[in-house]
Design a protein around this ligand. Sequence first.
Ligand SMILES: NC(=O)c1ccc[n+]([C@@H]2O[C@H](COP(=O)([O-])OP(=O)(O)OC[C@H]3O[C@@H](n4cnc5c(N)ncnc54)[C@H](OP(=O)(O)O)[C@@H]3O)[C@@H](O)[C@H]2O)c1
Length: 302
Amino acid sequence: MNSKTYVVTGANSGLGWGSALLLAQMGANVVMLCRNRQRGEVALAEIRQRSGNPNVELILADLASQASIRRFVETFESRHDKLHGLLNCAGIATFHRRVTPDGLEVKFATEYLGHFLLTNLLVDALRAGAPSRVVTVSGEDHRGVTIDFDDLQGERSWNVVRHGKQVVLAKILFTYELARRLEGTGVSANTLCPGLTRTNLARHMPWYVRLYAAVRFALAHPQTPEEGASHNTNRSTLSAILFHFSINFSGEFLTPTEQARLYQLLLTGLMAVAVTLIWGPQTLTRRRESREGNLVTGRAER
Ligand SMILES: NC(=O)c1ccc[n+]([C@@H]2O[C@H](COP(=O)([O-])OP(=O)(O)OC[C@H]3O[C@@H](n4cnc5c(N)ncnc54)[C@H](OP(=O)(O)O)[C@@H]3O)[C@@H](O)[C@H]2O)c1
């Protein structure tokens, strides 16, 4: 690993942080892409200290800004001529629709467009470093949704759950197409759901969503970010794709084991029953009425 270079996005928190630490511990050169200097420097110091690896560096970039991504790639290319792995880990969970300075919805811009642009700008470095790998963290939330090409950014009607699912699906479809285009180049592209992991993802959410997450985490014993990054026989993980599959393993979507998923489904069901019992059946009725209202509004606007 000593001569291998990896870029990890969102490397100051959660799965990105766990992956950057794992790679540093394995002796790789790690480039941490973080958007906030202070948070990035704290994480950089901790990863260097815990891994004993001095070849970990920080390059600032805001994935929600296309100009910032281009500056990141210029800086990277001025320091490195090869890239062996790109881990697209950064993500954001917001409840209300927010728009970036580029005029794009923030989750779509960060997780999908930002990683799309970053990956494409780094393709030459990845080809130069072949065999090399692109790993994009997605999720399993895409089930039951299709891409609404007429309203990619929730401008006509905003539904936080539906939009989140659409962004996850976009990342999975991006990986499939990237793998197809890179076939035969020695660059693989895969995507995965990391499984339930205790991270900071819910920090921009309203208090009741954070409360729900806290209860769910207390019951489900989620993995830590370090466990999420390291190899664990029960789950599909970043390192499973990075280290345990051949370079010909490409265009795949990996999920946690069926067992883990069934457990999560059971838990979500129990939580729904508990919420209904605590707040009463009228909560469900109100929610159904408001959902029907939204549907009517959505249709009218189209
Ligand atoms: N945790 C889970 O159980 C779980 C399950 C399934 C899928 N996932 C997916 O895993 C991915 C990683 O999430 P996580 O759980 O590790 O969350 P996290 O702890 O909140 O980490 C997210 C990272 O992304 C960074 N980030 C956000 N917006 C950015 C931007 N515009 N530019 C650059 N970096 C940005 C954050 O930086 P700041 O600290 O500066 O905000 C942070 O470092 C997400 O896509 C999430 O949907 C997570």
